[in-house]
Design a protein around this ligand. Sequence first.
Ligand code: PEP
Length: 251
Amino acid sequence: MRRPLIAGNWKMNTDRASAVALAKAVAEKSGPAKHVDLLVCPPAVYLASVAEALSGTPVALGAQNVYFEDNGAFTGETSTSMLTDLGVEFVILGHSERRHVLGETDADVAKKTLKALDAGLAPIVCVGELLEEREAGRTAEVIASQFEGSLAGVSEDQMASVVIAYEPVWAIGTGKVASPEQAEEVHADLRRLLSERYSPALAEKVRILYGGSVKPGNAAELIGQPNIDGALVGGASLKADDFLGIATAAP
Ligand code: PEP
């Protein structure tokens, strides 16, 4: 049985005080969401402050990105050991904003995924098609190619620690949510890819999150689908009540 994961991607939002206040509010009000795992991913510069605010609470801490080298002359980048040093447990990789705004490739995502796994971080590897790709009937092909490319070199043992997030790019921050049937179709495809590339047993273990305009009002139906194991939440994760509304709605 896969335990649902509800992850908040705060993106480049909040300041230090509001990040700490949001983290504390999520932790304090998390009681009714005991049936799910809760995770917040603040901006990198606030990870330390949020780590302190979450200490001793059931809410886990994640980063929004990491670099694939250990240390050295990589101005502006953050290493896996810097993240684990702060108590970070998860890292979002290959988010569509990094792929499409910042030019990240599947090969970059694969290098980061392997580096994160080496450091004991759980990668949340994002895949998702553009609107024109969906309209051209290419969704399955795009997802399969991102799956292969972004997870290149990941062993079956390592894959047990990976979370996949299906985030149709046209549904991110747009208010347009994929229908539960559209999302389930891609999630079922991803689970089949896991089963074929690794094993049916591994495929049953890996959590596959949906992301794209998830709100308290649509969470139950989405997360109620057989192959949807939680949500990666952007906008609605910036309000503790909305974020926890999604978490408590999860079956
Ligand atoms: C995201 O950024 O991962 C996301 C899903 O955003 P939103 O919930 O705002 O669509």
